[in-house]
Ligand binder design. Sequence first.
Ligand code: PLP
Length: 469
Amino acid sequence: MPLHEGPQHDERPMSVNPFLGPANPVGDMTEAPPRHRMPTAPMAPSTAYQLVHDELMLDGNARLNLATFVTTWMEPQAGVLMAECRDKNMIDKDEYPRTAELERRCVAMLADLWHAPDPSAAVGCSTTGSSEACMLAGMALKRRWMRRNVDRYPSRDARPNLVMGVNVQICWDKFCAFWEVEARQVPMEGERFHLDPRAAAELCDENTIGVVGVLGSTFDGSYEPVADLCAALDELQERTGLDIPVHVDAASGGMIAPFLDEDLVWDFRLPRVASINTSGHKYGLVYPGVGWALWRDADALPEELVFRVNYLGGDMPTFALNFSRPGAQVVAQYYTFLRLGRDGYRAVQRASRDVATRLSARLESLGDFRLLTRGDELPVFAFTTAPEVTAYDVFDVSRRMRENGWLVPAYTFPANREDLSVLRVVCRNGFSEDLADMFAEDLARLLPDLRRQQRPLTRDRNAATAFHH
Ligand SMILES: *Cc1c(COP(=O)(O)O)cnc(C)c1O
């Protein structure tokens, strides 16, 4: 979300269709409303609706947006339930005990899905998304480290650090900045685009609050080797006595791997995994505004971070950054769990992964591109131009595809591989085999044009793309 800095010197009033203004016998609107000041007089609801509706028409077409991971389509029944719940405040657990109960059931289902050793002992909560969930999980790690170091912290030589790959999502940079934790990032190396377990273990010391493993990476959709990471930390513990917990940021993979990669051991089956988050609004298949954070057991979540409020009635413990929050998304998550079941989720995610692997193979066969990943982990793949392609680059591809309505982001990789620029395609429910074919055909049709360029043309690289979803 941009940090808005007031009016952009556009003092023109809004343009109003004469049907609503002078040609309206009710004479509702005598003067066009200003853009950046609250209008003086009220207007009819139908007029206000039409103005806002028209303004939003220029937003993109979500179906052609291959940049975002976030759900853009739900069944009408989910929409109805959400409309029925839009006045319910999630924090008000005494007034809305059934909404609270559905949240509790979702946590229990996720604890079971992620193999908590004792699902009834696991604790968890809904959040506004993975970013908030990661803040909460990071705070729990920091607090546990502080408890182990009461005699040393705060002091100059005891600055907490968190170890992660340089490919982590921006929320971990935020966590470290907001909560004053040093971010120790394992760089990329050659063709390794995510965390290396041994390198991560080497960065750990007595001030390490935890290590973050990502399932999977937003940069290329690859799963980080969480089991190997835990093994490297086991070995570190044997050698040094340091017992470092792991948090798995499974924003996307938490709702993919349990259905498509059941044999992959990345979750609470690994004793070192203390907590896991996922985004309900990504492959959890719910409209934006819901994430989940779970801890293996009560020991992993220090009690002093949990607040109880009694002034809404009741005495329900909560762990959250916000206080008030809509209940609709949590209800929609419960609906989706109930509606799809394990087999339904498997079918939906399987379809997305099939689209991703087929599309990546097709783009590879065009000859101009080199795949970094194939969409066989997250249904997400990254690709770049082949070494012999010099007439154009990924930023040109992004810009030209945008002319066809496709939003496919191009971006450079972080430290150690800044030389590498890629395009990324996120396949999610609603991006069908047919749309993927159209995408591949549009790209193939552009290639002769692109090959005729003298050199890459997209100078303003930031304009080519939008990343960080
Ligand atoms: C999307 C994402 C996040 C942030 O999730 P939000 O739900 O958008 O806040 C964090 N980590 C990873 C790995 C992600 O893919």
